[in-house]
Design a protein around this ligand. Structure first.
Ligand code: GLN
Length: 475
């Protein structure tokens, strides 16, 4: 069976009677089995997914099925699903079973999506290569010696290799967009406050957002439409009504004003082929009548440090709850309260997570406290300056990543090098803006390249419509 490219195609085949839901599910179960070496799934809910597929088929026949009937979806292992394990790919949570479902999971189920399993990711979503996972790295389907990207690496490869139709990931500083770029698929991070964070294992709460990984813009739009919107369990969510994103994908007027930062073209770490694709997409947009202009953004050097100071501070506080008492792992060597905390945390967390907790505690400590409020001020500045650009321009265009997928093991030695690779994704996260990574072809070694569009706050409808035009007509 040819890999499915979009939900519409599956739904049409089901309506015509040439395909049944259990067949769709069996196709994916087989795909998962045949691609175990990619290490994308850490658990597959085979039996329950089979039972649900039969129910969905019945609903489809009766005409009572929800919007997502036909969709087989995987969820990143930091999204809670009632009565299922969730570990954030960390030893400290181990076999912890969630007593409730995330709002996004409830909304998927209410619309008859079938959740097929949980997906590998970096430990507590900290990373950009999926190499900090307790379950090991995820292999890129385009070249298994290369990383998947991260932290939602399993989510990206599952879609790339056709192990399910779509996946949910989380994006704090690029974790949906960067692996999407490395794997040649579409990764959407909505505006902060668009999608409920209830039931998402926190990394840095003022940044975390659930995002989608798909092969089609239509699926991204439909998924967002289903999962977005107000929720009593998340006080940071916006009460703005959710537009029917999937019905508004046709651009009303074609020409748009797009800004790009000329500094990026001379960025020392930018891969030549990515730079060339970026340049040619600017030219093609212009050739199609869009206004694309260079706008200088002089804060590029500050965005990565600001992001890491703030996210590490938030992480050190959020991860305080893993104490060997409340959740998951407790050290066998502990003999009183203090050693329970110390040994459980020392043995339960991996190196990268510990590094961030320590640095986060450091920037929040009394002696160095000036650092944290200063970073908050810089965040505000970056947000205001980005908003200013987006008052005049509809979108900002940039590469998603400075390089294509790198070799497994290659960048893990120097954390600073790794952090700097987040240069293009963290701006939208600091500013709370929606951003989408689009596949724009492969380099000469067959590795995917992604370009990214940033839109106005809560401008997902416009962003998705322009992304569709960009993908179909420009690149
Ligand atoms: N690579 C970034 C980090 O390690 C982004 C992670 C994420 O978005 N969860 O913080």
């Amino acid at each position: 069976m040819e890999g499915f490219q979009s939900l519409t195609k599956i739904q049409n085949a089901i309506h015509q009677g040439t395909l049944k839901m259990p067949q769709v599910l069996e196709h994916y179960l087989k795909q998962i089995k045949n691609h175990q070496h990619l290490n994308a799934f850490i658990e597959v809910f085979t039996d329950e997914a089979r039972a649900i597929a039969i129910e969905v088929q019945e609903k489809l026949e009766k005409g009572t099925a929800g919007k997502l009937a036909g969709m087989v979806i995987g969820i990143k292992d930091n999204i809670c699903y009632r009565d299922h394990k969730v570990s954030a790919c960390s030893k400290i949570l181990g076999d912890y079973v969630s007593p409730y479902s995330a709002t996004v999971v409830e909304r998927l189920i209410a619309e008859d999506a079938i959740i097929i399993g949980r997906l590998n990711c970096d430990e507590f979503a900290m990373g950009a290569s999926n190499e900090t996972s307790i379950y090991g790295s995820v292999k890129n389907y385009a070249d298994p010696t290369k990383v998947s990207g991260g932290s939602s690496g399993g989510s990206a490869v599952a879609v790339q290799a056709g192990l399910c139709l779509a996946t949910l990931g989380t994006d704090t500083g690029g974790s949906v967009r960067q692996p999407a770029a490395f794997c040649g698929i579409i990764g959407l991070k909505p505006s902060y406050g668009r999608v409920s964070r209830h039931g998402i294992i926190s990394y840095a709460s003022s940044f975390d957002q659930v995002g989608t990984l798909t092969k089609s813009i239509g699926d991204a739009a439909l998924l967002l439409e289903v999962i977005a919107g107000t929720d009593d369990y998340d006080s940071t969510i916006s009460s703005r009504p959710v537009p029917a994103y999937s019905k508004n994908l046709a651009l009303k007027e074609r020409q748009r004003k797009v800004a790009y930062f000329p500094e990026i073209l001379n960025a020392p770490g930018l891969d030549i082929e990515i730079g060339n694709v970026f340049k040619s997409s600017i030219e093609q947009l212009q050739a199609k009548g869009n206004i694309v202009e260079a706008v200088s953004f002089k804060y590029l050097d500050y965005i990565v440090p600001t992001y890491y100071i703030l996210t590490m501070a938030e992480a050190s506080s959020n991860l305080g709850r893993y104490d060997g008492v409340h959740y998951g792992y407790r050290s066998k060597n502990a003999y009183n309260l203090e050693t329970t905390y110390k040994k459980s945390r020392s043995e339960g967390f991996g190196t990268e997570v510990k590094r961030r907790i320590m640095l986060g505690t450091f920037v929040l400590s009394a002696d160095y406290y000036a650092c944290y409020p200063k970073a908050q001020k810089v965040r505000r500045l970056i947000r205001d300056k980005t908003d200013e650009i987006l008052k005049e321009y509809d979108f900002i265009l940039m590469p998603t990543t400075p390089t294509t997928a790198f070799a497994i093991g290659e960048e893990s030695k120097d954390p600073v090098v790794k952090y700097l690779a987040d240069i293009f994704t963290v701006q939208a996260s600091l500013a709370g803006l929606p951003a989408i990574s689009l596949p724009v072809g492969n380099n000469k070694n067959g590795l995917p390249i992604g370009l990214q569009l940033l839109g106005r706050r809560f401008g997902e409808a416009e962003l998705l419509a322009f992304a569709k035009y960009f993908k179909e007509k420009v690149v």
